[in-house]
Design a protein around this ligand. Structure first.
Ligand code: GLY
Length: 388
């Protein structure tokens, strides 16, 4: 197992300092971003206000709830409630919800608000979102389709990111007593894991199936550098996805897969432990970072630590603390004049000669990078009940 012997770990004082800054930054942002949401990525370090119509809006509300947990400031609670109302309207009116990202949208916003303050609007909205998500399930092929209309071969695929959308389904089964959500989640996990993780534990971003038979067809990247490379964030979704898969299914094989996917991620980090946007690249390559991948991986590792044998926990805890220390020291925003976000140097979508991506949100803050940095800090600050 790879170790990073010369790398410092974040300490309790630094965790408090980081959360204090995040809390202040979020409070400062409330006047502009309560009735509106932050855009998926910053431009020149600054988020602009947008309507609640992207797959990313839930992360901003999630940041508000994490800040509320930290400081108990009533202004945060009121903003969170306003945003939950917006999420209820969004799902009732089906605004930009024809995709699989219901978990990213509704877990850190509405499930969180229900768990933290008993929001009945949050509960209602999140159950409607779970209903919306299971409509994308293909019984032939046994997976939840990520994007696009359901009847087109070019859309007949799952993506690794979806592992984070499934906790919403487990939560909905728990809340409603109806097993259908959980059963679909379990089928999807099985299909995803069997296909997106390669022999060497690197991961496909997306995987296609045959529409007639449901048989696995081929892997392809969308946001990675090329087919066959490991998109850094996809690998990080795999790390956290395996931890959540184990949490919800208790299947031992997911612990083994977690360790292998994590090892691949860690062995492809550059010197400062914060990955380039695709794990193909390393020190000396003139490529942007994706700092959000380090935060996502740290959260997944901290989740999995709970289920590992005591003698294994120390290794993973240390790695998570080293990852967050690297972010805190060199990537976190420290000065509100330079950015209204929390973590710099993330990459949403970088074009390459071999992928189908647009070029935006490159070397900027992005909402999930900010959210998962705060989640990782919160996990190290106290016993934290998951929003996922
Ligand atoms: N789930 C989309 C992304 O990670 O960019």
């Amino acid at each position: 197992m790879i170790t990073f012997e010369n790398k410092p770990e974040i300490n309790a004082e630094e965790i408090k300092d980081a959360l204090t800054f995040c809390n202040r930054q979020i409070l400062n942002n409330l006047p502009q971003f309560t009735d509106k949401f932050q855009k998926a990525y910053s431009e020149g370090g600054f988020y602009q206000p947008v309507e609640n119509d992207d797959w990313t809006c839930g992360f901003w509300t999630g940041e508000i709830w994490l800040a509320y947990e930290f400081s108990g400031d009533e202004r945060l609670k009121a903003a969170g409630e306003t945003q939950i109302h917006s999420f209820l309207e969004r799902i009732e009116n089906k605004i930009a919800v024809d995709h699989h990202d219901m978990g990213f949208l509704y877990s850190p916003s509405c499930v969180a608000g229900y768990k933290l303050i008993g929001s009945s609007e949050g509960r209602k909205a999140a159950i409607l979102a779970a209903d919306q998500l299971i409509r994308r399930y293909h019984p032939i092929g046994e997976f939840i389709q990520a994007w696009g209309p359901m009847d087109a071969p070019e859309n007949y695929r799952l993506i690794i990111d979806c592992l984070l959308n499934l906790p919403l389904l487990y939560w909905a089964s728990e809340e409603t007593g109806d097993a259908k959500y959980r059963e679909i989640a379990e089928k999807h996990i099985h299909t995803a894991v069997a296909n997106v993780i390669r022999e060497d534990a690197s991961t496909w971003h997306t995987f296609f199936f045959d529409m007639e038979t449901g048989a696995p067809d081929h892997g392809a990247t969308c946001q990675g550098y090329r087919d066959g490379s490991a998109w850094a964030r996809g690998q990080a979704w795999g790390v956290y996805g395996m931890a959540l898969a184990y949490k919800y299914t208790g299947r031992e094989e997911y612990i083994t897969l977690f360790k292998r996917v994590t090892e691949y991620f860690l062995t492809h980090l550059p010197e400062d432990m914060v990955p380039f946007w695709d794990l193909e690249f390393t020190d000396g390559d003139d490529q942007p970072r994706d700092s959000s991948s380090a935060s996502i991986a740290a959260c997944g590792i901290l989740e999995m630590v709970k289920y590992l044998k005591p003698e294994e926990q120390g290794y993973y805890k240390k790695i998570a603390r080293q990852l967050v220390k690297a972010l805190y020291d060199h990537y976190a925003v420290k000065d509100m004049e330079s950015s209204n976000g929390l973590v710099l140097h993330s990459t949403y979508s970088n074009h390459s000669p071999y992928n189908t991506c647009n070029h935006y949100g490159v070397d900027e803050c992005n909402l999930w990078g900010d959210y998962f940095y705060m989640e990782a800090l919160t996990r190290m600050d106290k016993e934290w009940e998951l929003y996922w």
